[in-house]
Design a protein around this ligand. Sequence first.
Ligand code: TYD
Length: 405
Amino acid sequence: MACLICSAPIPPFMSFGRMPIANGFLTREQFATEYFFDLQVGFCESCGMVQLTERVDRERLFNETYPFFTSTSSRMVKHFTEFADEIRTRHLTSSDPLVVEIGSNDGTLLSSFAKAGQRHLGIEPSSNVAEEARRRGVQTLCAFFDESLAKRIASEHGPADVLVGANVMCHIPDLHAVAKGARVLLKPEGVLVFEDPYLGEIVQKVSYDQIYDEHVFYFSLGSLSRLFEQYDLEVYDVRPLEEHGGSMRYYVGRKGRHAVSSAVEDLRAHERALGLHRRDTYETLRTRIERSRDALKDLLVRLRKEGKRIVGYGATSKSTTVTNYCGITPDLVEFVSDTTPIKQGKYTPGVHIPVRPHGEFSARYPDCALLFAWNHAGEIMAKEPQFRAAGGRWIVYVPQVQILS
Ligand code: TYD
């Protein structure tokens, strides 16, 4: 297997075994034809990029059945409203500016520009979410972003002030095409600003559930800097975020066009201290992941032996890695509660736990709720005081396996 960034050979440091599509919620009739692949992750000692070493075709992942709608989480809607405000005040200072978003989903971020009458364009390959964005008045092209699309957009709309991506860059195997596209599309002082789950957080929290088919890359400042410098681009600012269990926002411009903030040097020092540039860091991570798996499985088995009912909370894509890697089957977790209509009535990928509407959770509280959507813990716990009051207990596994008292 060769590195997607620099072509050096990369042996995987971890294999999670046979894995289905993380967002592949399915009906009973589809069980027999379910697709599986080997989920393995590797570290490139040459360029520092952590990445999947076997990938799933993008058309299998991003298509008309894509079940993720950004707007289903009130916290994410608030986050994107604030992100849009930051883009507007910090980067859209020219007259009649243009903002282009890669992977614009249901238009949650761009709707803010659409409402303000500002020029915007979303690029979204999954047709069902793209259609939803259009319904909301967000101009959307159903396509994958690359250099030739960037050229087309530049000729039709003119150069862009901002190219933005939220939880999408790490999905794109050909990042060279994105870097080239950014150079073609952006004005000389234009900015590529994007955010993704941060490798440093995954290593520190052992949040291995971020590792799944859609996430081809696990970014660090070090690995991204090396990629962008090949295109005379540089990361000139960074901002840590709480979203998705710990993300990083990167600000990239043409080299020398923007003052490099002190946050960039601070993050470089942090990454050196964490050892993100060393292979042994990832060997240690594998051992910690194995321990986490054993602790979670042991806890669930013990609770079931004690006769406790356990229900999953949030049919997240990342929980597909946890349930399949740990062997969490319907005999351990009765069903998963989720508010997304398209997931309800289906089964979770691989282990086939039923997904049910939230009403079934609240109608008869279980003894324990396994918090698969741990990245929304604050929002969820704040709205479930009655579960706790009824004697229910939350089980979490990041940063460690525990029953919250
Ligand atoms: P998300 O955080 O996007 O995780 P992933 O990227 O791993 O899919 O998904 C959250 C899921 O949890 C989504 O299916 C909606 C569901 N959910 C609830 O059921 N109730 C809630 O209160 C929240 C916040 C989310």
